[in-house]
Design a binder for this molecule. Structure first.
Ligand code: CP
Length: 316
């Protein structure tokens, strides 16, 4: 693997899940492959899980990790190739990426969608620029439109908890007061298409995601209908894709509660975290024995480990 930008960079998805589970059972089996190597983790946005799990993964593989919060600690970066840099931005991504490549063997980048302009967000300017100007592999720590390390952790979690070869997996929109990006649901959908799931999406009318990503997936606008016989409920809010970045639906009835969970096949509850209690999901569901949210967070370590290992070894 040369870079890990989205789930398509994984050649064989079921093989990488198995490898991650094998590493989880024996986490120090590759603790020498990163000796004398380093990973630079560049954050333009907040993080708990991605930041700590990727550092932990690096540590278990023997790498050192360096973190920079670029918005508060770095120079303001210019991404325009033809810019006359007479205003506030002091450093061009060409130099920033080139310099980081001198210090680090792998570079991780987190930069969320701005949600102001769909075309601009879909250009993925920040991660694409680092990919263009870094001379070392790039890992996506959540970009404008993808969060593939989260999706891989989710796939590992489903594999560990499924009770049948083809579980019914439902991605359900849930309410949220603020506009959220599409990266997590987009990557979850791409991952689900690569796995043997009976997979459906349920969201309010007008909240369908990018058709290029949902192509071939059944979308149901009746949440209770979608939940019937489900084995896994994956809750996530996303802002409106057509009326880009808007919160046009504040319908609290889409919250995941125990009444809805009782319509499922004793489904496991999943969410990438952070989650707003009693807005997205009730305490009762989140605190139930069927909640897998901490397992998902734990599996972020093993998704990062298997990806970093493949980048070091440049293998599929
Ligand atoms: N799920 C996830 O990426 O969490 P953080 O935003 O805290 O890293």
């Amino acid at each position: 693997m040369k870079n890990f930008i989205n789930s398509d960079d994984i050649k064989d998805y079921s093989k990488i899940i198995k490898e991650a589970i094998r590493i989880k059972k024996e986490p120090l089996m590759f603790n020498k492959i990163g000796t004398n190597k380093s990973i630079g983790l560049i954050f333009f946005n907040s993080s708990l899980r991605t930041r700590l799990s990727t550092q932990k993964a690096a540590m278990m593989l023997g790498l050192k990790s360096f973190i920079m919060n670029f918005n508060s600690e770095g120079w303001q970066i210019e991404f325009d190739d033809n810019a006359v840099m007479s205003m506030g931005k002091a450093e061009h991504v060409k130099e920033a990426a080139g310099v980081i490549s001198k210090y680090c063997n792998i570079v991780g980048i987190r930069k969320f969608a701005e949600l102001n302009n769909k075309n601009e967000d879909e250009k993925e300017i920040v991660i694409s620029s680092f990919k263009k100007y870094c001379s070392v592999p790039i890992v996506n720590l959540e970009s404008s439109i993808y969060h593939p390390l989260q999706a891989l952790a989710d796939a590992i979690t489903i594999d560990e908890n499924k009770l049948k070869p083809k579980p019914k997996v439902v991605l359900s929109w849930a309410p949220h007061p603020r506009p959220l990006p599409h990266a997590v649901p987009n990557s979850f959908i791409k991952m689900a298409k690569k796995n043997n799931f009976d997979f459906i999406i349920t969201n309010p009318v007008g909240y369908d995601l990018n058709k290029n990503i949902t192509k071939g997936v059944k979308i149901i606008h009746d949440q209770e209908q979608a939940f019937k016989n489900a084995d896994f409920i994956y809750a996530k809010n996303w802002s409106n894709y057509e009326n880009y970045g808007l919160v046009s639906n504040t319908n609290k009835s889409w919250i995941i509660d125990q009444n809805k969970m009782s319509k499922t096949n004793n489904a496991k509850f999943m969410h990438c975290l952070p989650v707003r209690r009693n807005v997205v999901v009730t305490d009762e569901v989140l605190d139930s024995k069927n909640s897998l949210v901490l397992d998902q967070a734990e599996n972020r370590i093993y998704s990062a480990m298997v990806v970093i290992k493949k980048l070091i070894q440049n293998e599929g």
